[in-house]
Ligand binder design. Structure first.
Ligand code: DG2
Length: 245
């Protein structure tokens, strides 16, 4: 026997479609993203992977994706917990900027350091600027960041993983986490024990459930990398890797 964990990156957002750095900006799904989310739920149903409990970030693209996919799987009613510790990595001063323009301005190396290095955060966002979250009531009293690298994401995510998500997994219920490209990369790095260098090559596609079976003793994946419930996942992973080009 093994525990089942489902990771689901939200469907395409309006800012994914426009190629903008998003981070903590609370943008909606695009029409394509809503369709991806529903399809994600159908894939779960077809595969017989039926979540018992749901965790989401505090951002509508993850929340709506979870709602649409669970609705498609007739599981819209399962209990849910939301936490900012599952939010996308904070993209600092890059939030709202076009990825291609940033790549053209700063060059491929700096662009990829900001997007995919483990420990180089983008410049911090100015307090009070258009795309900052410092007065957002949902984060009142919380130690929210002004920028984050993936290492920062893992560090703020792990307490929630260890204290809240792992105990739920250990009950034997199927846990689904609907979150984001980089917050899910942090979880995948942790689960698969991927090195700080190799995590740069890991990309998560939108709207495709990634299923992990976890050993009951060690909580290590029975199969490294899990399995995507869509044979076309590879092409979609490549599209994420090539964003900004
Ligand atoms: C994207 C990820 O996050 O961008 O913040 O722009 O998953 O919430 O759409 P998501 C963003 P990359 O790190 O892949 O550039």
């Amino acid at each position: 026997m093994a525990y089942t964990l489902v990771l689901l990156r939200h469907g395409e957002s309006e800012w994914n479609a426009k190629n903008l750095f998003t981070g903590w900006v609370d943008v909606p799904l695009s029409d394509k993203g809503r369709a991806e989310a529903s399809r994600g739920g159908e894939l779960l149903k077809e595969a017989g992977v039926l979540p018992d409990v749901l965790f989401t970030s505090m951002l509508r693209r993850a929340i709506m994706t979870a709602n649409l996919s669970l609705d498609a799987a007739d599981l819209h009613w399962i209990p849910v917990q939301r936490h900012w510790r599952l939010n996308e990595r904070h993209y600092g001063a890059l939030q709202g900027k076009n990825k291609k323009e940033i790549r053209d301005e700063y060059g491929e190396e700096q662009f990829m350091l900001w997007r995919r290095s483990y420990d180089v955060p983008p410049p911090p966002i100015e307090p009070g600027s258009e795309f900052s979250q410092d007065t957002d009531p949902r984060y009142a009293g919380e130690p929210i960041p002004a920028t984050e690298c993936l290492k920062d994401v893992l560090e703020r995510l792990l307490p929630y993983w260890d204290d809240t998500i792992v105990p739920e997994i250990k009950t034997g219920r199927t846990v689904m986490i609907a979150a984001h490209g980089n917050s899910l990369r942090a979880i995948v790095k942790h689960l698969d024990e991927i090195s700080d260098d190799d995590i740069a090559g890991v990309n998560i596609p939108t709207g495709i459930p990634l299923v992990y079976e976890l050993d009951e003793e060690t909580l290590k994946p029975l199969k490294k990398g899990g399995r995507y419930l869509d044979p076309e996942a590879e092409a979609k992973i490549a599209a994420v890797a090539n964003q900004g080009k």
